[in-house]
Design a protein around this ligand. Structure first.
Ligand SMILES: Nc1ncnc2c1ncn2[C@@H]1O[C@H](COP(=O)(O)OP(=O)(O)OP(=O)(O)O)[C@@H](O)[C@H]1O
Ligand SMILES: [Mg+2]
Length: 295
């Protein structure tokens, strides 16, 4: 039987790489298992280490469509699952009652009519469940929602079904590949965790980061890439408010290209520090600790 997702950990690593996402062994293995076991994958880790990108890369690598539920405080069922299109329902009720049509539609008929597919607004969770084609469902930044949303997720993640009282139960004909991401700003419930495979993503080692930067910034000199990653690694060792992420390394590389810099010396680091450090206090600390000549 060929799987919709990956054949093995090596297959996952290779196809994700071809899709522009460079994994370590643990990530490739977990991505393979999430597909093979049809279990949601919870990815936790600091900002900018590739949590969201992993879900996108799985979609690219497997030719699946990405359905994304962006979580935030106050996200509710109506935004996550479905809601009824009240305005349209109202119009239909008014139309049914219009005397000019001489309509004698009973309330029961109208009621049956307005709680149908035509009046349903599907939101990401329901959309993902109903799709017949391969789907990656990304539930992004799940730690930002209120705990109640986890209850919703539980129904979806454990049975891959959604009950709509007026329409019945919708069961997935094909389970989506589910990725939940979290910055661990709060603990998720044990019930949610129990249903997921867990992957902790952290900053990559220097070699993989060089590879990521070089692959995303064509034309970057190998030596500059090595210098850049070296500084980024040192910056991450400092106690900063916000350590530079992979995204910042990539931005930095693009900056150096734009400035046509062929050697990342200390003066250049000091001059372009704003690309990687976004707090004044972090910049001051870096200048002091890395003994850079400021300004
Ligand atoms: N393994 C990787 N291979 C290639 N590019 C990567 C990889 N990891 C991260 N990136 C790059 O880093 C960028 C940031 O990653 P992403 O947005 O996924 O971070 P995140 O972990 O979701 O961060 P946040 O918690 O802030 O949402 C991506 O746009 C991608 O370009
Ligand atoms: Mg993200």
């Amino acid at each position: 039987m060929t799987s919709t997702w990956f054949e093995s950990a090596d297959d996952a690593a290779g196809r994700l790489r071809a899709a522009g996402y460079l994994t370590d062994d643990a990530t490739a293995l977990t991505a393979y298992l999430a597909g093979a076991l049809e279990k949601p994958l919870l990815v936790e880790g600091p900002a900018g280490v590739g949590k969201t990108e992993l879900a996108k890369a799985v979609a690219r690598a497997t030719g699946a469509e990405l359905v994304r539920l962006q979580c935030y405080e106050g996200l509710d069922e109506a935004r996550a699952l479905y809601e009824w299109n009240y305005k349209k329902q109202l119009l239909r009720i008014q139309a049914a009652q219009a005397p000019s049509r001489g309509s004698d539609a009973t309330w029961d008929e109208t009621h049956d009519d307005i709680f149908t597919e035509e009046f349903l607004l599907t939101r990401p969770l329901l959309s993902a469940i109903r799709r017949d084609d391969p789907t990656v469902l990304l539930v992004d930044e799940v730690d930002k929602t209120d705990v109640e949303v986890e209850g919703l997720l539980l129904e979806v993640l454990s049975d891959f079904q959604v009950t709509i009282p007026e329409l019945g139960t919708v069961t997935a004909t094909r389970r989506p590949f589910v990725v939940l991401t979290s910055n661990a700003s709060r603990e998720l419930s044990e019930a949610v965790k129990r249903r997921c495979l867990f992957l902790h993503l952290d900053y990559p080692d220097a070699e993989r980061e060089r590879e990521i930067v070089s692959s995303q910034v064509p034309g970057l000199d190998d030596r500059v890439a090595a210098q850049l990653v070296d500084v980024v690694v040192r910056l991450r060792e400092l106690e900063l408010k916000k350590a530079p992420s992979i995204a910042e390394s990539v931005d930095w590389a693009r900056t150096l290209i734009a400035l046509q810099i062929g050697d990342l010396d200390e003066a250049t680091v000091a001059r372009t520090l704003g690309v990687v450090l976004k707090h004044a206090s972090d910049q001051q600390r870096a200048i002091k600790e890395l003994k850079l000549a400021s300004g």
